[in-house]
Design a protein around this ligand. Sequence first.
Ligand code: CA
Length: 235
Amino acid sequence: MATQTVLLVEDEESFVDALTVGLKREGFRVEVARDGLEALNRFDLVQPDVVLLDVMLPKMSGIDVCRQLRKRTQVPIIMVTAKGAEIDTVVGLEVGADDYITKPYRMRELVARMRAVMRRVSTERGSSPAEIDGSILEVGDVSLDPDEHVVRVRGELVQMPLKEFELLHLLLANVGRVLARETLIDRVWGIDYVGDTKTLDVHIKRLRAKIEDEPSDPKRIVTIRGLGYKFERSR
Ligand code: CA
């Protein structure tokens, strides 16, 4: 595999130093930008394979950088947020970040997430979130066949009305990734949907009743508080 370049956008020197060393050890080429404007300039110059983007930056916030980058590229972007800054995470995902990680984090977790978003984006050829197509999706013992409109759980056929099916389809196509409530509603009910947002929760509840071992203690479709939902990878 060719060496992959990460654009590290970070203004705290101690982080820059530690990450540069750690990421190089993992085989990445590391380019550093220390403020938001430099991030955009460096991006155009180096065309990185992945961007690690701190939210709190001089000159231009990570949120605005992300918004600008999304106008020109589908490069995977991982937002780095401060502990407890849930709002940054929500906004980050809304402006098109692929994932987020909260400081302090472990190098191993960071690298795993970087590889995951790069894999995802390369297989999806840059759509965000994953476009859904006709291929069969299988995560653990849940499988979904879009062409036949069939869901199987532990090999058993499960009946599913259209909206539940579409919701499950979207979650499975983005396995391991948090999908914001707004994204799920837009994609399943349409951007002009004006109904009760509880509709989403009701559908999630019905899905859980069909695919979880313990619907009251879901292990597959998990709630990410303040954000949305995620279909967990199988372990
Ligand atoms: Ca910072």
